[in-house]
Design a protein around this ligand. Structure first.
Ligand code: ADP
Ligand code: TPW
Length: 578
């Protein structure tokens, strides 16, 4: 179909046949290459889910909307197409909203489509079924929000939602579709002509030549340069150009957690194991798709070796990201692909490699730290601790570099991020900018559906609980997902005590010795209890070989975790003391 504007619609002759709102929504999505919906049925969208499936779309039905929303967000990150989450009105919408806000915070493109109650009744607050002014509530939590009242505007509504989600800095979009819209009919030919195939939804944004020259000047003069890759760089799918930039310059690089694997973590220039050293000692830092937010100590303070004359070059599609925390000496506004390609072209073939008196100490520090870590990983304590369990996970991921890795928890997150090497781009999905718990099963489902690859989800026992019921979804769709629950009997660890001496356990403590593996067995999947790294590794290998939904209850020493993992200092009491 060719692109057609609704204005041209008037010229289309009546076909005699009718089309309803349901089918216009489905046709508009399909016209734009969207083939999957993540959602949860109910009034008024039950028929939409049935009809979409009938029209050949994949409809993945969840047990809770938050996880459908998280799946849509992850699908958006992985495919550069907005992931679609479909919910019912008020409560279903609200359940999906956390995922929409989280997607926006992480710059993942998704569209939350919610059915809604009748405007006339909602606006007069007359008490409709699931009454709520959803559009007003969604607006501050996403990039854009639209409502469609007339069938002939469905094409425009979906086109605006797609363009808003994908263009510039990607994010979440809310699309409000009142119940009455679905039943509206119009002439089928006019309806087809009203749909819009969005042309170039994420236009390239070429950086200005003077901005490129400024960045190159700064980089050339650097004595201790560093490249920092963020999840924007992973999203951009500019992998070859990023590799060329890193290798041509010879500059050490650090990947943020979801940028791991953009270049293999085993790459000769990877400085992950010397993170503190390079952050503190570098003099010029090139940020590529990474914000200087709390995850990077806002670009200042002890982490960055302040006070120094450190200077930043920042590549970002959002101009207002510049100077948000510290001065950016060389802002490079544009899409990452175009900006990185421009830098590489500007470097030419005679660009001097990063000074050896900088890279030498960086890489020897890294090698020393890695050797120390190898000693720790080789230990085999009983019960297992995070390190010994993760040495098994690390070996499995090394043997299956194309597997997707989902990761949440506190200690489980921090240790997995630093111990498990990634080898390919966009293989790691985690708690992102908010450090949010509950993304696990939604992200895992999306990863399996979108990539068709095996998925490994490394989950703290608390983290897993947020989305655990979706193991039924995983079994229902026979997804090749291996969930590993690091079970240390509680939030952070399982040993806290009730300070009052009362009968209730401490707020962070769970039922001891819980068997999460039985949850997967309840729905026909495979459940395994693992108490040693060897058992864990064997069960993970079996899960990947069989493709069967599997949950491994990995029993971890309940004393092993620390409060809040590596961000203890953000707890108010600790912050007061330091
Ligand atoms: P991390 O948490 O990995 O450090 P962030 O989420 O903080 O990464 O930063 C991602 C950044 O990438 C955002 O500022 C966003 O605007 C930017 N971004 C996303 N996609 C692109 C793109 N295609 N081109 C340029 N910048 C992008
Ligand atoms: C939506 C607060 C951060 S980490 C965590 C919680 C509850 C769980 C840590 O325990 P877990 O991992 O998963 O067992 P481990 O390895 O340390 O034992 N609600 C939301 N998001 C966050 N981040 C929290 C609460 C939190």
């Amino acid at each position: 179909m060719t692109a057609t504007s609704p204005q041209e619609n008037h010229a289309v002759a009546d076909s005699g046949a009718q089309i309803d709102g349901f089918h216009l929504v489905i046709d508009a999505l399909k016209l734009n290459g969207i083939d999957t919906i993540f959602g949860l049925p109910g009034i008024p969208i039950t028929d939409l889910t049935r009809m979409a499936q009938g029209q050949g779309m994949r409809v993945i039905s969840f047990r809770h909307e938050q996880h459908a929303g998280n799946a849509a967000a992850a699908a958006g990150f992985l495919t550069q197409k907005p992931g679609i989450c479909l919910t019912v009105s008020a409560p279903g919408f609200l359940n999906g909203l956390t995922a929409l806000a989280n997607a926006t915070t992480n710059c993942f493109p998704m569209i939350l489509i919610s059915g809604s109650s009748e405007r006339e009744i909602v606006d007069l607050q007359q008490g409709d079924y699931e009454e709520m002014d959803q559009l007003a509530i969604a607006k501050p939590l996403c990039k854009a929000a639209f409502r469609v009242l007339h069938a002939e505007d469905i094409g425009v509504g979906i086109a605006r939602a797609i363009r808003s989600a994908l263009s510039g800095r990607p994010g979440g979009v809310y699309l409000d579709l009142p119940a009455k819209l679905f039943a509206q009919t119009m002439d089928a030919a006019k309806g087809a002509a009203s749909l819009i195939k969005v042309v170039d939804p994420a236009p390239r944004q070429i950086p200005a030549a003077d901005a490129v020259a400024r960045a190159l000047d700064l980089l050339k003069g650097a004595k201790r340069p560093l490249i920092l890759l963020g999840k924007g760089a992973a999203y951009a799918q500019a992998d070859a150009d990023i590799r060329a930039l890193v290798e041509t310059s010879g500059i050490p690089y650090l990947p943020m957690s979801m940028a791991k694997g953009l270049l293999p973590d085993t790459h000769a220039q990877c400085a992950s194991a010397a993170r503190s050293y390079v952050l503190a000692e570098s003099d010029v830092v090139l940020l590529i798709g990474a914000r200087l937010n709390w995850l990077l100590s806002h670009g200042k303070g002890k982490t960055w070796g302040a006070p120094t004359g450190k200077q930043f070059i920042q590549i970002d599609i959002s101009p207002t990201e510049m100077d948000s925390n510290v001065a950016i000496a060389a802002p490079l506004v544009g899409d990452i692909g175009s900006c990185v390609a421009a830098l590489v072209a500007g470097m030419g073939s005679h660009w001097p490699k990063a000074p050896a008196d900088w890279t030498g100490p960086v890489f020897s520090k890294r090698d020393a730290n890695q050797a120390k870590m190898a000693e720790t990983l080789a230990k085999n304590p009983s019960p297992m601790n995070f390190h010994s369990a993760l040495s098994a996970v690390r070996a499995v991921v090394k043997a299956h570099p194309d597997a997707m890795l989902v990761n949440e928890g506190a200690n489980t997150l921090d240790f997995t991020r630093s111990i498990v090497d990634m080898y390919q781009p966009r293989k790691r999905l985690d708690v992102g900018t908010w450090g949010i718990m509950g993304i696990g099963m939604g992200f895992a489902v999306a990863a399996a559906v979108v990539t068709g690859k095996p998925v490994i989800a490394i989950e703290g026992d608390s983290a897993f609980g947020f989305s655990g019921m979706e193991v039924e979804t995983i079994c229902r769709y026979h997804l090749p997902i291996c969930v590993v629950v690091f079970n240390n009997n509680g939030v952070y660890r399982g040993t806290d005590v009730n300070a009052s001496g009362g009968a209730d356990v401490a707020p962070t403590v769970f039922v001891k010795g819980a068997r999460y593996d039985k949850m997967m067995e309840a729905f026909g999947g495979v459940g395994v209890q693992a108490t040693t790294p060897a058992q864990l590794q064997e069960a993970m290998e079996a899960a990947i070989a069989s493709g069967q939904p599997t949950l491994i209850n990995a029993v971890i020493d309940e004393t092993a975790g620390t409060e809040s993992g590596r961000i203890t200092m953000l707890n108010p009491q600790t912050a007061k003391k330091t």
